[in-house]
Design a protein around this ligand. Structure first.
Ligand code: ASP
Length: 321
């Protein structure tokens, strides 16, 4: 029988609803642990209440702790697969952080829930079960970190939370899920074409994320332009363009050698340096702005932080993106 390491970190999947007030909050005991015996026939389960946090409380420090714990399990050959339960608000960032920093072939699966364990139609136990099945599947090996929710398997790199309450919230814009769980069967249809892994021991870099809007000026860029800032990600307009009034402040940042990575604020598609007008992508790229391919703003921010946290960069920052 295969062994699965389960690391609970908190979130709605580990919470209960007060039936009188409707408030959803953590309790002293993780309710999922009461149902752990359901999986005794399919796997040896090593279960740890690793963290007990709502996911808006998760920072890159906790992501690093989680990465170190999983790395220890990989080195010691402790498990054939890992399942992490996590709050859905920042699940995609933790999943991508692990994807960028863990070198392994075993399945690493992150899951969560939109409804707490005692709500009618709760998806917690179901998603947990699906995550265990995916972690047990030989086909899930060498696929990077996966996010399993609502019968779908997504890559950590491109998945995002798209709805505040619907159980079908996790989607992969532009590219789609890479697999499905259908009537207890785990089926894959796609795989990412290249893997990216970076060795890091700390995440002390300060990287900001700014969303661009019509009529924006340079005030927020100037506020971020500090000696303590290590990088900035901007969610630019359309294919990758900026309002002209942001440009002087943007150029001051670049002149201070603060790297600026650009993604699109559009939900679908990729950023590209297409337009040659003031603030257009072509000119931004010539000025030194780094364009990425397909990452969302929060994911590009995680990536910039991870890349900068390496002890040395062996190529230009642009090459990493
Ligand atoms: N606010 C919760 C969290 O992320 C939402 C959830 O888990 O679904 O912790």
């Amino acid at each position: 029988m295969k062994t699965i390491l389960v690391l609970h970190t908190g979130g709605t999947i580990s919470m209960s609803e007060d039936q009188t007030t409707g408030k959803v909050s953590p309790s002293s005991e993780n309710p999922l642990n009461k149902r752990g015996h359901l999986f005794d026939d399919v796997a040896n389960m090593i279960v740890e209440d690793f963290l007990h946090l709502p996911s808006p409380h998760i920072t890159p420090k906790e992501m690093l702790l989680l990465k170190n714990r999983i790395e220890k399990a990989i080195v010691a050959n402790e498990a054939d697969g890992v399942v992490i339960t996590h709050g859905t608000d920042t699940l995609e960032e933790t999943a991508y952080f692990l994807d960028l920093t863990l070198k392994t072939t075993i399945p690493i699966v992150v899951t969560g829930a939109m409804r707490s364990i005692n709500e009618i139609g709760s998806d917690g136990l179901y998603n947990f079960q699906s995550a265990i099945w995916v972690a047990l599947s030989d086909d899930a090996k060498e696929k990077g970190v996966l996010v399993v929710m609502n019968d779908e398997i997504h890559t950590a790199r491109y998945v995002t939370k798209t709805h505040t309450s619907n159980v079908a919230t996790f989607r992969t814009p532009t590219f789609g899920p890479i697999g499905l769980i259908s009537k207890n069967e785990v089926l894959f249809f796609q795989k990412l074409i290249e893997e990216e892994i970076y060795a890091i021991n700390n995440v002390a870099k300060t990287v900001y994320l700014l969303k661009i809007y019509a009529g924006m000026d340079g005030t927020l860029f100037d506020a971020i332009n500090q000696p303590t800032t290590d990088g900035l990600v901007i969610e630019a307009l359309g294919a990758g363009n900026l309002p002209p009034a942001t440009l002087p402040a943007l150029k001051r940042m670049l002149a201070n050698d603060i790297p600026v990575v650009l993604v699109s604020r559009s939900f679908n598609g990729i950023a590209q340096d297409v337009y040659d007008y003031v603030g257009g992508g072509k000119r931004l790229k010539e000025d030194g702005v780094i364009f990425t391919n397909g990452l969302s703003g929060p994911k590009a921010r995680i990536k910039l932080q991870v890349v900068l946290s390496q002890s040395t960069l062996n190529r230009s920052l642009e090459d990493y993106f």
